[in-house]
Design a protein around this ligand. Structure first.
Ligand code: ZN
Length: 245
């Protein structure tokens, strides 16, 4: 049964002229990166998410928020892309070789897709590997590691991680680009995400409404599962390499 679904998924991917992929925390977890909430242990257990990931928290206690993201950045820097990340990079290569479109939309902020060679990546929630200033959004490529938080060289404002905090809107253009891709793809792969958290749901349903095959890769069933074309149960690192060979 499962082998049959894998074969069908592989065929749909092989024939697609346009592929969109959505990834969530599950594929990062396979590289040892805990979810935001799972990382709130030890020193961080006494905080609430809104103490660590809102503009108000940063204004109130910039040091704590900066240190939290410094810890997350160090964790991501130590993590390696897994077989799932590598399979998606290989799929992008294969699409380029045959003239098919490929876009990877991720909810993850760890940068592991870039690290594994993916190029056309939309980071819906930003990246902890980038920083920008709080006041004007000036990007900063280097900063004083001893300052906490360091200052923007352009305007002197405090630097903050370039991620989307609770209560903030998604980066301009990112969601639009993702929705456009979902609405015109032939195949949408939903990987390691619960599927009904926005904007994942919008992307999957935009693809379904446009007649695309939606293929879910996740260890457990999700609220999206009853709606998808094919549901493949398993880890991204186990399933994805079987889809792109
Ligand atoms: Zn600035």
């Amino acid at each position: 049964m499962m082998d049959d679904s894998v074969a069908k998924a592989r065929e749909a991917i092989r024939d697609a002229r346009s592929i969109a992929v959505l990834t969530g925390a599950g594929i990062s977890a396979e590289s040892g990166i805990p979810t935001f909430r799972d990382a709130m242990t030890g020193l961080w257990a006494r905080f609430r998410p809104e103490d660590l990931a809102t503009p108000e928290a940063f204004q109130r206690d910039p040091r704590t928020v900066w240190d939290w993201y410094a810890a997350r950045r160090a964790q991501a820097a130590d993590a390696l892309p897994n077989a799932g990340h590598r399979a998606l990079a290989a799929l992008e290569e294969a699409c380029a070789a045959r003239g098919a479109e490929f876009i990877l939309v991720t909810q993850n902020v760890d940068g592991l897709h870039h690290a594994s060679g993916s190029r056309n990546v939309v980071e819906l929630h930003g990246s902890i590997r980038r920083v920008k200033c709080f006041d004007n959004g000036h990007p900063a490529s280097s900063w004083d590691p001893d300052g906490a938080p360091p200052r923007c060289l352009a305007c002197g404002a405090m630097l903050r991680p370039d991620v989307v905090w609770f209560g903030e809107v998604l980066p301009g253009g990112a969601l639009d680009a993702a929705l456009r891709a979902a609405a015109k793809c032939d195949v949408l792969l939903s990987v390691g995400t619960s599927g009904l958290v926005e904007p994942a749901a919008s992307l999957a349903f935009a693809a379904l409404e446009a007649g695309a095959a939606v293929i879910e890769v996740n260890p457990a069933a999700t609220p999206l599962t009853p709606h998808v074309t094919l549901a493949l149960r398993g880890a991204a690192g186990e399933i994805l390499p079987r889809l792109v060979v």
